[in-house]
Design a protein around this ligand. Sequence first.
Ligand SMILES: Nc1ncnc2c1ncn2[C@@H]1O[C@H](COP(=O)(O)OP(=O)(O)OP(=O)(O)O)[C@@H](O)[C@H]1O
Length: 916
Amino acid sequence: MRDIVETIRRDQMELVTGSPADILVVQGGPGTGKSAVGLHRVTWLVNNEHFRAQDILVIGPHQRFLDYVGQVLPTLGTRDVNAVQLDRLWEGRILGTDSPKARLVKSDERMAAVLRRRVESDFRPEALDALTVAPSFEGDEPAIVVTAGSTTLRVPKSEVLALLDQAHAGEGPFRERRDRFRGLFVDRLLQELADIAPRRGQAGTIRRDLERNRRVERLVERVWLSPGPREALRSLYDSPDLLRDCADGILDEDEQAALLRPRAASADADPWTLDDQVCLEELGVLISGDTPPRYGHIVIDEAQDLTPMQARSLQRRCAVGGSMTVLGDLAQATGAHIPTDWDQLGALLSDHGDWSVAQLTTSYRVPAEIMEFVAPLARAVAPTLPYPQAIREVGADAVRTVATEPWKLLDDTVAHVARLRETSDGSTPRSVAVIVPDDSDWLDAISRRIGELGELGDTGERNHEAVSVLAAAQAKGMEYDHVLVLEPATIADRGPAGLRQLYVALTRSTQSLTVLHTAPLPEALTGSGDAPSPTAHDAQPEGGGVGSLPRIGTDVRVEVVARAPGGRYKVKPLSPVIDRPLVLTVRHGSVPPLRGEKLDCWVFANETTQTVLTASQRGRSPISERMAGRYLSALEVLGELIEADGDVPDARSRLSELQGMANRILRRDQADWVDVLHLFGDPDRERLGVLRGLAATTNRALKEGAFDAGRLAEGLAASGWAEPLAEARRDLRERFDAAAKPDSDGADPTALTQPDDKEEVQMTTADTTAAIPVGTTKDGLLRALETAAGTDRACKKHEAVRHALKASLLWADLQPADSPVVDVSCATPHGLFLYEALGAGCSTYADLRSGATRLLEINHTLPAPADRLYLVLPEPPAEDWSADTIRDVFRVDVIWRGPAGWGGEKAEIAFGASGE
Ligand SMILES: Nc1ncnc2c1ncn2[C@@H]1O[C@H](COP(=O)(O)OP(=O)(O)OP(=O)(O)O)[C@@H](O)[C@H]1O
């Protein structure tokens, strides 16, 4: 962020220097200077001695934002201001995450009322009955009896009840009122004692004795329980009856069910979530009056994401007579509660006192060209908010949308990053950010590749220029010169706030925006169709085709009618008739269809207002036998974990595979995604998100040693996935059991039905002949591969490297083998390895890619797939990056023969080393 003192505009200046007396909400679109105003206001408040720096608290969304504050405030001359990330504001470790439904309930303002009732439920005057003694004479009352030394003191029950009521109705936290009751009761006992034994001892000593008297203690403990905040919340969550009592008339049954959670062995082991921590603070206030530190002025950035319970808690941190500057943009709200105005948060932050809203409407960050590109999306997410006017134009090149293929995404990203870094003039550093969908594997893969790009030094002097790779959820509040957004459709699909998350991601740059996508751009961005409701976006038919939505994967013959926005074509159905608007999406680089042309295509996606078709066959491959083994193993893992209490081999990789199955449907990026969708029973995207979340949470629990079979069983039942997973297993088994019958293709069914035995099958093949894969009935493919191998083997370099490889394997005490199709195969202690040699001059990326494809085909002809696949080159690859790409994309490793021996990452593993 730049210092804006010289260019600050009047509307901003008024906010910086506005009265620090109450709660000021600053609403403004992306880049309108809200954060800048907030930080300048801090400096102004300190310089004009309204507050000391240490009495000001700045709250931001994440650590990157705080780093930013840490840099900017000192440049404005202000130090010692407290700055904290919102979710670190509450004490206690965050050990779990809530389901969206539970989050919504826990963070709702109504939860405060439930918690209040929970605390008050520990006041139990009715327990007095069990502690009273019967009247000792006629006309007497039941009474509470306490013995003090040799004296028996009786206080009538009605009087004790009156004392209880008096203390309970008083002011103060729960425990303070409880202590007050104890004091009142002891006073009453002292009075009784004075009546019957007026000359007894010193009042002070007797009072202390009575306060500690066992009967007095027992009475207080029975009628006025006093658990701490954690126990109060645990008992609320794990007791349906108590929850019903406390939430009756406040939360409906579904909402109550969302809160239920069994307690762990100890309170420390309970999976406390962020929203639990907020509730615990609320309970602490109710029970003991523990209040967090207070500040004279609080600046809250990205305040639109505050939950109502968090807003209550922040109000608590504001000193009497204190004030707040609340910065936010309703259009960028991505929290559990999505506000449509500031009324609720304003009221909660000001404790129903004074608050006002001011607007900023000029975008200083985002160029006009980008604002124009994003405008349809802004209209879709916040139709009533004013859309900011950009202050600058930067030229037609500011926005690029680039369609690509899934397998090229990584390379294209790296190439675009290199291009964007090149735009630097060499003296001014340029910041570049790559924003990827949350929870995607791309974050690591891209960071690694970009890290290597820097290490290789291919941009010389400019290596210091920062390239950030971040998940969409991390993009809030950030600013970069150039931004590359990957797969906007996936970002938009991430839950009800997906479109807003995308809006945030697309508005981070000051210079240029590049959008790289393999799936069609979301219609809310291209402006086609009506503004969708965020939750209905890209709805899919449940149960495979209810209502009027055609089932994904259905064949349709269409006639092209006209071009549509976003590189699509309007088409009309010829057969079958589909009663909703149809658009055809055409992959980048393919021949555009002509008006009137008749095409065979299939249903790719159902968007809110239209159905998207494609003619590309990618995505429609049936699940291969090889993948079926992996899928089956993944489909079984949750059940096995429950049965074996977590002791399941390869559980974590199988859970990742399960997560990957859901991902491939959500991303529509793998050859068999449509078949996997059908295998799962055509769930909608939300249900897929639930499955993915369940697999991820279980994986995390195993990693952290916090696995709990009971909790998983409940989670699986609650997710509604138990039956669809069982059905998918049955379906897959039936398909491949049939395929495995001797006359089908001779495949070994054990590879499918007992995936864990795979290694055993291979390890018994350690003799020379058995290591050579036997033939299959895939004759056509086999013949083609044989011919290709024969041609390759005519090349001397090819043969030299192939024999060098075999020699090295023999030196490593292994037994290589070959066949007319397989260049080299070898049973190693780590499973069966397959090697494909490339010949002279075959070292470009294109050569590697076709070699890797061939190797996958060869692997496909084997009865059981190999454990590792290698391309073996006679020289290093022509491009430094290609070996990594081949590994990332095809899971094929590359090694090469150099003057000093074998090269390639961890080449020793290719010769049987463990790689440890
Ligand atoms: N008056 C101004 N003159 C020049 N630059 C300005 C002015 N006001 C703000 N800026 C710059 O505009 C950019 C965006 O400002 P800032 O990050 O405060 O916006 P924001 O409203 O918080 O955005 P977002 O909601 O997207 O997080 C920053 O680089 C800031 O320095």
